[in-house]
Write a protein that binds this ligand. Structure first.
Ligand SMILES: [Cu+2]
Length: 366
C-alpha cells in the first residue's frame, strides 16, 4: 500500500538541517534518552501511559549531560526529528494482523465458528512484543459476520493455562448462552471445549469477548468484532468501505485493532467514496476519537439505529460501547485520525498509540 508522504513544514525541515550542521547534533534519540533504534521510539511513552500515569510529559524531561548543553533551538530540533521519524515510518510493518474476516463451516444451516484460545506473543509496533491471549492467534480475534436470524454455533476450545468463557456483547441471546461463569455456565477449564448455539436475535455492531478474569483476558486480546447485518439494510448503510476499529487500552498499551502507531492501519478511500466506521471500545477507558478534515454522521449506538442521524467530528467511545458512523470522503489528503485524550496519542517522543490516518485519494491515484 502506498501512502502519500505527509506534508512537513519547511520551517521544521530548516530547523533540523541547521541544527545538524551548526551544532553537530547527535541523534535525537540519544539526546532525549531511551530511544535507540526504530523499535523503541514510542514504547516508553506507551508503557508509562498504560501503567496509569498521565503519560504526556513523563518522557523527554530527563536532562542528560549532553542535552543540558544544547541550545533551545537544538533541543526543539531534536524533538522535531523524533516526531518526524515516527510519522515517516507510518504505516510500519509488524508480524501479523488481527480482526481478519472468518468464514464459518456449515453444518446444515448452522454457521459454525471454531475459536481456540492460546497464549502468545503479539507485536503491537515494530519490535514491541507483548504477552497476549488470543482467539485463533489474532488480536483482535477473527471478525465474525452473520445476518440476523442466522443459526450460529461457537465452539470455544481453551488451550491456555487458565479458565475462560465467552460472552456475546450486545446480542439478546437466551440466558444460558450469555457466557458468564457461575451465573449462566461453568468456566471453560484449561483443555476443555464449550459449545454455544443460538439464533442471532438482533443486528448491529457487536462484540464477543472473555467474561472471565476479563480485565486481564480482554485487555490481553480475547475479544473480537461480531457484526450482524440486517436482512434488508436501509439505503444509508450502503457504503463503499465498511471498516471496524476496535479500541483497547490495557497491558498492550493504547491500540487500534491490536496495533499502536506507527504500526496502525491507515484507512484508504477514493475521493467521493462513502465510508462506514464501526467503533468498538474493548478497553477500560474512554476514547474521544477525532477525525480531521471531515465529519462523522452517527447512525447507530450499540447496534441500535439512531432516531435521526447526527453530525460531529469527535465522538466519545466509552468502554463497551459501539458507535457506527458514516464519513463522506469528500476532502482529499492524508488526514490525522486519533484519540483526543492526547496522552493516548502523543508524547514528547512523538505520536504513538491511538493514531492512524484516513487517506482520501484523488482520482488517478492507485
Ligand atoms: Cu484515548
Amino acid at each position: 500500500m502506498t501512502v502519500p508522504t505527509p506534508d512537513l513544514t519547511s520551517r521544521r525541515s530548516f530547523l533540523r538541517k541547521s541544527a545538524i550542521t551548526a551544532v553537530a547534533l547527535p541523534t535525537a534519540a540519544s539526546l532525549l534518552g531511551a530511544c535507540e533504534g526504530e523499535a523503541a521510539k514510542a514504547a516508553p511513552a506507551a508503557k508509562t501511559a498504560a501503567a496509569g500515569s498521565a503519560g504526556h510529559g513523563a518522557h523527554g524531561t530527563t536532562t542528560t549531560s549532553a542535552s543540558a548543553t544544547l541550545s533551545p533551538a537544538a533541543k526543539a530540533a531534536a524533538m522535531d526529528e523524533m516526531h518526524e521519524k515516527g510519522v515517516k515510518s507510518f504505516p510500519a510493518k509488524t508480524a501479523k494482523w488481527g480482526n481478519q474476516p472468518m468464514k464459518p463451516k456449515m453444518d446444515g444451516k448452522v454457521k459454525v465458528f471454531e475459536l481456540t484460545c492460546t497464549k502468545m506473543k503479539w507485536e503491537t509496533e515494530p519490535g514491541k512484543f507483548v504477552d497476549a491471549m488470543a482467539y485463533n492467534e489474532q488480536v483482535p480475534g477473527p471478525q465474525i459476520r452473520v445476518t440476523e436470524g442466522d443459526r450460529v454455533r461457537f465452539v470455544v476450545t481453551n488451550k491456555m493455562d487458565e479458565s475462560t468463557a465467552m460472552h456475546y456483547h450486545g446480542l439478546e441471546v437466551p440466558n444460558d448462552q450469555d457466557g458468564v461463569p457461575f451465573i449462566t455456565q461453568p468456566v471453560i477449564k484449561p483443555g476443555e471445549t464449550f459449545t454455544y448455539e443460538f439464533t442471532v436475535p438482533n443486528s448491529g455492531s457487536h462484540m464477543y469477548h472473555s467474561h472471565h478474569n476479563a480485565a486481564m483476558q480482554t485487555s490481553s486480546g480475547l475479544l473480537g468484532a461480531l457484526i450482524v447485518d440486517k436482512k434488508r439494510p436501509p439505503k444509508i448503510e450502503k457504503v463503499d468501505i465498511d471498516y471496524t476499529m476496535i479500541l483497547n487500552d490495557g497491558s498492550h498499551g493504547f491500540t487500534l485493532n491490536g496495533k499502536s502507531f506507527p504500526a496502525t492501519e491507515p484507512i484508504v478511500a477514493k475521493l467521493g467514496q462513502k465510508l462506514r466506521i464501526r467503533f468498538m471500545n474493548e478497553g477500560m477507558q474512554i476514547h474521544p476519537m477525532h477525525l480531521h478534515g471531515m465529519h462523522f454522521t452517527v447512525i447507530a449506538k450499540d447496534g441500535w439505529d439512531q432516531p435521526a442521524p447526527w453530525k460531529c467530528d469527535t465522538l466519545n467511545i466509552a468502554p463497551g460501547e459501539r458507535w457506527d458512523v458514516i464519513v463522506n470522503c469528500n476532502n482529499p489528503g492524508t488526514w490525522a485520525f486519533h484519540c483526543h485524550i492526547l496522552s493516548h496519542a502523543e508524547s514528547p517522543h512523538g505520536m504513538f498509540g491511538m493514531v492512524t490516518a484516513l487517506i482520501v485519494q484523488k482520482p488517478g491515484v492507485a
